[in-house]
Design a protein around this ligand. Structure first.
Ligand code: ATP
Ligand code: MG
Length: 632
């Protein structure tokens, strides 16, 4: 086995050679003439001149060997259903969907917006788009009309693929009224809306605009739609970032670079076995779902599990029953999901046969040590953190166990993944800081294959937002705050906007949260900095206790508050000790499970909360509001 250090050195110092080699992991209809086109920095074009197709690489090329192997397995605990599609069946369904799109005027380069629940037709839709060179933009199903409308106007789709309803925790969530309202608000009107009618919630089709999928599918029969070969740099999709920090950005991804990066990651990072099963419990509305429910596992010839449901219904054992049932080899979830499970009895996980499973990967939010240790002990499996962004499409930091199983470092997602020249920079000068010193996590040009090409329709915003943070040098800023050690392990300390300045000391919210999480009574915590006339800023902690009975009376609350403050003081020093510790039963999060610190902070400082369109549950913000009011 190669040493990881040597492998990574080569990936950045001989990047073209390295990636040309990795490019052999996928099929090209015509070879590329240039590995990296550097003529328009900070843009980077990978594999220019090469012709390929994402759908071919995910589906068609496996037909010779895997026609009968399950490609897509759908499990729904929402509507009590399951369906399985072999590679041959997936191939047929995708061609039918592609034929329907073509019949209604969708051509290469046109956008198709996908506003769908987690059902197989959503995956057919994505694959059908890339098959014919159309550009999909998946919007998380159940997003409110306003969030949907801004994305429709930005992507300007010719057609929208949608469904009557989704279902969440057993409750039907009608989509059609939200979609109709969104289109009503939009300046750009799609020509057609293709409706998959699940029979969950009746609706009135709009004549001349709305199409019925079942009827269309019957009409196209066993249509054959060949793959359209597109240039490696042809956009495959647009995906909006989670909007945790402000207005979502339309991340535009290429075709060839993305396929190569995913193929590499399946092998070197996720250690997936072709023919094995990959179960990622994310949603196709997020980047994790794009890369590791749909494209990555299929490109690698694996069986992918598409799960419609929550981690706790019918009980907290459901994810592990699915692992057992489908003999999943790789599992991918989020720290948020694990923190939810932590509130339940570990027996739900222990009584399953997880012998098929090699590793559990977690991404999306900082993974605190207590949560990592709890899940790893409970499953008796290695847990691998991975840090990335919608922008990058695949991990920036992790452990590439397929190359060398470096030991994990608690609290750190790991080391730089291939192709990423990761640097920790002084926020003022832009100069690299020494190991052990905090700074802004940045990536030197070029971003490796698979990373965002630009902001959809706005090259200038790409340059201004990501590449213009340091006057002295052009580097990509992640807007995360971190610290590297001598071995290159990076720890993420929070978002750069979340850094707290207490009496001149710079503290990442993550550091304080990590410390508070180590208290056994704490299930979840959010720390924000609020303006303070004396100290500049002070830290306020919102804590979800594991057992609500501990804070049932004033004495219990005061006792736990004091213990938590003391924990931080002992671990990080008096300066980090939160000025206030308040209790809530849930925290405000985005629909993708990320803490909405900016809104919590706004409430603490009595400012308007700003854009809340990505907020999961407004009741959580109400709790913050009343917790603050009670203490005032
Ligand atoms: P927006 O950019 O619109 O504010 P967002 O940053 O929340 O939204 P994503 O691209 O989904 O949208 O999230 C990426 C961010 O999530 C990272 O920049 C980082 O802050 C956080 N993150 C993801 N994975 C990890 C991880 N393993 N450890 C720590 N933080 C993580
Ligand atoms: Mg972001």
């Amino acid at each position: 086995m190669a040493s990881y250090r040597e492998y990574h050195r080569r990936s950045v110092e001989q990047a073209e050679e390295f990636w040309a080699e990795k490019a052999r992991l996928i099929d090209w209809q015509r070879p590329f003439d240039q590995v990296l086109d550097a003529s328009r920095k900070p843009f980077a074009a990978w594999f220019r001149g090469g012709l390929t197709n994402l759908c071919h690489n995910a589906v068609d090329r496996h037909l010779a060997q895997r026609a009968q192997q399950p490609a897509l397995v759908w499990e729904s605990t929402e509507v009590e259903a399951e369906r399985s599609y072999s590679y041959a069946e997936l191939h047929s369904e995708v061609q039918r969907m592609a034929a329907i799109l073509q019949r209604h005027g969708v051509r290469q380069g046109d956008r198709v917006l996908i506003y769908m629940p987690m059902i197989p037709e959503a995956v057919f839709g994505m694959l059908a788009c890339v098959r014919i060179g159309a550009i999909h933009s998946v919007v998380f199903g159940g997003f409110a009309a306003l969030s949907l409308a801004t994305r429709i106007d930005d992507a300007a789709p010719r057609l929208i693929l949608s469904s009557d309803a989704g279902s969440r925790a057993g409750r039907v969530v009608p989509y059609k009224p939200l979609l109709d309202e969104a289109i009503e608000r939009c300046a750009h009107k799609p020509e057609k809306v293709l409706m998959v009618d699940r029979g969950l919630h009746g609706f009135q089709p709009v004549p001349g605009r709305d199409l019925d999928y079942a009827a269309e599918r019957a009409a196209v029969g066993d249509a054959q739609v060949p793959c359209t070969w597109v240039d490696s740099t042809h956009p495959s999709y647009i995906l909006y970032t989670s909007g945790t920090t402000g207005r979502p950005k339309g991340v535009q991804r290429d075709t060839g670079g993305y396929a190569v990066a995913l193929a590499m990651s399946m092998q070197d990072i996720y250690c997936g076995r072709p023919g094995g099963t990959y179960f990622c419990s994310s949603d196709i509305g997020w980047v994790v779902g794009h890369s590791y429910i749909v494209y990555g596992p299929l490109i690698h010839g694996m069986t992918t599990v598409l799960y419609e449901g929550t981690p706790v219904r019918p009980d907290a054992g459901i994810l592990w029953r699915l692992v057992e049932k489908h003999r999943a080899q790789v599992m991918f979830s989020s720290p948020t999901a694990v923190r939810v499970l932590k509130k339940f009895d570990a027996a739900f996980m222990r009584d399953r046969d997880l012998s098929s499973l090699d590793r559990l990967f977690l991404a999306g939010e900082p993974l605190d040590e207590p949560t990592a240790a709890w899940i790893s002990d409970t499953l008796r499996k290695p847990v691998v953190d991975n840090y990335w962004q919608t922008e990058t499409g695949w991990p920036i930091l992790s452990i590439a166990a397929g190359v060398e199983a470096l030991p994990p470092k608690p609290g750190s997602p790991g080391v730089a993944m291939p192709g990423y020249k990761v640097a920790v920079l002084d926020e003022n000068t832009g100069q690299p800081v020494a190991p052990g010193t905090k700074g802004v996590l940045a990536i030197e040009w070029p971003l490796p294959p698979g990373c965002m090409q630009t902001v959809w329709g706005d090259d200038q915003r790409f340059v201004d937002t990501y590449w213009s943070n340091f006057p002295a040098r052009q580097v990509y800023s992640t807007f995360d705050w971190g610290v590297a050690d001598e071995q290159g392990y990076v720890t993420i300390l929070g978002r750069t906007d979340d850094v707290i300045n207490v009496a001149g000391h710079r503290l990442g919210t993550r550091e304080i949260e990590e410390s508070i999480s180590s208290h056994a009574a704490v299930a979840e915590v959010a720390v924000v900095g609020a303006a303070d006339s004396l100290k500049g800023q002070q830290a306020i902690a919102f804590v979800v206790p594991r057992d609500a009975s501990r804070i049932a009376d004033a004495a219990g609350r005061a006792g736990l508050q004091a213990e938590i403050m003391q924990t931080v003081q002992t671990q990080l020093g008096a300066v980090a000790r939160p000025a206030r510790v308040l209790f809530v039963s849930m925290l405000p999060k985005t629909r993708s499970g990320k803490l909405l610190r900016r809104s919590i902070q706004a409430l603490c400082e009595q400012r308007p909360t700003g854009d809340l369109t990505t907020l999961e549950d407004p009741a959580a913000l109400e709790q913050i509001r009343s917790a603050l009011a009670e203490q005032a």
